[in-house]
Design a protein around this ligand. Structure first.
Ligand SMILES: [Zn+2]
Length: 152
């Protein structure tokens, strides 16, 4: 856990008390005990700063990953508007690229399952079906006709 401001203030007050005790110490034994207490405090502070540094580094890395994920999500939100769900004559559903006027412009279909997972996977025709090479799903379909859009 990262050091909080109240913890820092408490830590400063502990150091101040330790130093005051060390300055008032009389005799070798008292000075040695006070000195040991200050060194222990410094050692604990060093450990806390090291821990804070590691936690901060992890948070920085996580933040960078989240920024990339956010940018990808924003890109996907723009890209997915170029596609619409399309029902094949067999009743299977695929995604198809469209123009703003909803006229089909692509001669390929995308896997609906992958599309919902934000992956564009072009379905490959195999006999009278389409196969997705990403999720290995098989979709009943006929050979690719000129796509027509049936708005859902
Ligand atoms: Zn797929």
């Amino acid at each position: 856990m990262l050091t909080t401001l109240p913890n820092l203030l408490n830590s400063k007050n502990q150091l101040k008390a330790l130093l005051e005790t060390a300055l008032k110490a009389e005799g070798e034994i008292d000075r040695s005990a006070a000195s040991d207490a200050v060194y222990d405090w410094i050692d604990q502070l060093h450990q806390q700063l090291t821990s804070d540094h590691l936690a901060f580094s992890r948070l920085q890395l996580e933040n960078e990953e989240l920024e990339v994920e956010l940018a990808d999500t924003r890109d996907w939100e723009v890209e997915e508007k170029n596609y619409t769900l399309h029902r094949l004559k067999t009743g299977s559903y695929v995604y198809c690229r469209v123009t703003p006027t909803h006229n089909a412009i692509s001669d390929y279909y995308l896997c609906a399952t992958c599309f919902m997972n934000k992956v564009k996977s072009i379905l490959q025709p195999v006999h009278k079906a389409f196969e997705c090479h990403v999720c290995n799903s098989s979709i009943q379909g006929l050979p690719l006709p000129k796509p027509t859009i049936e708005m859902l």
